[in-house]
Design a protein. Structure first.
Ligand code: FE
Lengths: 248, 186
């Protein structure tokens, strides 16, 4: 993917755009907080130049060995169903995205976040802070151990409950690949009434749901769930003859 | 080659601070670096109220206009102490990133872009990030030649240009309203 300099023109990787019909829209009426926040004007197209095809390559210095196990924090063991969440970070060309930072955060087993704004009457767990960080390996694989988060109520509509989910943040290797998303669990009965899940176009919803992974389930220890994450891939410019091969 | 479908985005929600807080995240350079500046601004919603639970991330070239990245075809260049990346929570509605003013960057068409910072903004109520840029008011000549700014109206340009302050520059971000910031599709 390394480009070349030819005269003053730069040959850069370009990142493919996901069809609008398969991307989560910025605003969604049923999710009330979008009303005053989602921009109303059409965004201006920004062709990919140097600033967009590069990005922070955050390294191991952001991660410590204990960051991959959310069940052992604050001097004790978290309450709840222990799970292993693993998968690969790929780009849309199917190539692994190695050495990239994955940040996760979640509610505890009772559905409560360790956050000042979350004060619904579910117990805090003294041994759970809900924060994890891992780097993908050279095959783009990640894995962390945590507890299955609980569902939690919120004020969006009458009797509104968020399906259980884990928040994910990924960088990839370019500004264009930055992704913040949420991982769900299979067959959650709360999907039907959740506007954050249903804002995802129907044809893409399955990509937000992890798969129960019996293979990765550890006897007498933890259930396994697998979730692959796909970032935008480099748009491949076919090789052309010398004189018309320049793209910028 | 088989194309895989990309994973759909979701909002960071109200509890982003749990997972996305770093010690010193707002420092793209240490504060005592010669030439260090603060980029500051308030994020406003459609009512004109500050947004206290957003996160602003900045990505930019170093003062020589270079990126420490293998996909920069000029070769990766490292500027001492500088990461190019800043992350700031808007606890009071205001973001603040300590950085160096970027240099000009080739626009790929034989010209130079004006000094600029790419911005991603995440918040509860945004189902995906929004992307904008920060330019600098004291770069009038470079701004006039900039390939991105040239494509905008004068009114749109104004929403992207930060004004000098005592310790750096200031640019407010308006998610909606009469002064809605220009956001980019990347
Ligand atoms: Fe959540």
């Amino acid at each position: 993917m390394t480009g070349t300099t030819s005269g003053s023109r730069l040959d850069l990787p370009r990142y493919a755009r996901t069809d609008a019909g398969l991307r989560t829209p910025l605003g969604y009426d049923d999710y009330r907080s979008t009303g005053l926040r989602a921009p109303l004007r059409t965004p201006v197209d920004l062709p990919h130049r140097l600033t967009e095809v590069t990005g922070p390559l955050l390294g191991e210095d952001r991660v410590t060995a204990t960051d991959a196990d959310l069940t052992k924090r604050l001097g004790g063991e978290a309450q709840g169903q222990r799970i292993i969440v693993h998968g690969r970070v790929l780009d849309s060309d199917g190539r692994p995205v190695p050495d990239t930072l994955v940040e996760v955060w979640q509610a505890n087993a009772a559905g409560r976040y360790r956050h000042v704004v979350d004060n619904w009457p579910a117990p805090l767990d003294p041994h759970f802070d809900g924060l994890g960080r891992v780097m993908t390996d050279d095959q783009g694989r990640y894995e962390f151990t945590t507890i299955r988060p609980g569902a939690y109520p919120w004020g969006n509509h009458h009797n509104a409950w968020r399906p259980a989910h884990i928040h994910f943040s990924l960088f990839g290797r370019a500004f264009t690949q930055r992704l913040v998303t949420q991982m769900y669990f299979p067959d959650d009965p709360l999907f039907f009434q959740d506007p954050i899940f249903n804002a995802i176009p129907e044809g893409a919803r399955h990509l937000a749901i992890s798969r129960f992974d019996y293979e990765r389930t550890v006897p007498d220890w933890a259930l396994g769930f697998q979730w692959d994450i796909v970032l935008r891939g480099a748009e491949q410019t076919p090789f052309e003859t010398e004189d018309d091969g320049d793209v910028a | 080659m088989t194309q895989l479908q990309t994973t759909p985005s979701a909002t960071v929600g109200p509890y982003l601070a749990i997972g996305l807080t770093w010690e010193g995240g707002e420092f793209a350079v240490p504060a005592d670096t010669p030439g260090a500046i603060w980029l500051r601004g308030t994020v406003f919603d459609g009512n004109g109220d500050p947004v206290p639970d957003a996160m602003v991330e900045t990505w930019q070239a170093d003062p020589d206009g270079r990126f420490d990245h293998p996909d920069d075809p000029r070769g990766a260049a490292r500027y001492p102490g500088f990461t190019g990346f800043g992350r700031s929570h808007t606890d009071s509605g205001e973001y603040a990133v300590c950085t160096l003013k970027p240099g000009r960057v080739p626009d790929g068409e034989g010209g130079l872009q004006a000094p600029h910072v790419d911005v991603s903004l995440f918040a509860r109520g945004l189902l995906d990030r929004v992307v904008t840029r920060i330019y600098f008011a004291d770069e009038a000549e470079a701004n006039a030649q900039d390939v991105v700014l040239r494509g905008l109206t004068e009114e749109q340009r104004r929403t992207l240009v930060a004004e000098p302050t005592d310790d750096g520059y200031r640019l407010d971000i308006h998610l909606q309203g009469e002064r809605e910031t220009v956001f980019f599709a990347v």
